[in-house]
Ligand binder design. Structure first.
Ligand code: ZN
Length: 108
């Protein structure tokens, strides 16, 4: 895990560094990936799945947070976390970053 800190004053840096050794840092409140997802994803049950096209004409989706592309094609993400209806997809990186805050429950 690599964390990048920029523009923080020294006191905050020290605190963040100590936290990093205990747990993965919670994304900042102004993290660029935030876009009001708590409205539809807070507390949801998620499933770790292989990505399968939704229909003939709908053959890819994007991570709800970082916009990474899911599809069955080479070079795209092939698995991640999704809601029961396969509607919302979340990349594994974003899942790790936001899982505590969004209180996701993962089913096998
Ligand atoms: Zn993502």
């Amino acid at each position: 895990m690599v964390a990048h800190f920029s523009g923080w004053f020294d006191g905050a840096k020290k605190i963040e560094r100590r936290k990093m050794s205990e747990q993965r840092q919670r994304p900042a409140s102004d993290d660029w990936r935030r876009n009001g997802q708590e409205e539809h994803l807070l507390g949801r049950r998620l499933f770790f799945k292989q990505y399968r096209r939704y229909s003939e004409t709908w053959e890819h989706d994007h991570c709800e947070f970082c916009n990474a592309k899911f599809s069955e094609n080479d070079g795209d993400l092939h698995e991640g976390y999704t809601t029961e209806d396969n509607y919302y997809w979340i990349s594994t990186d974003c899942f790790e970053d936001f899982k505590d805050e969004f209180q996701w429950k993962v089913d096998e």
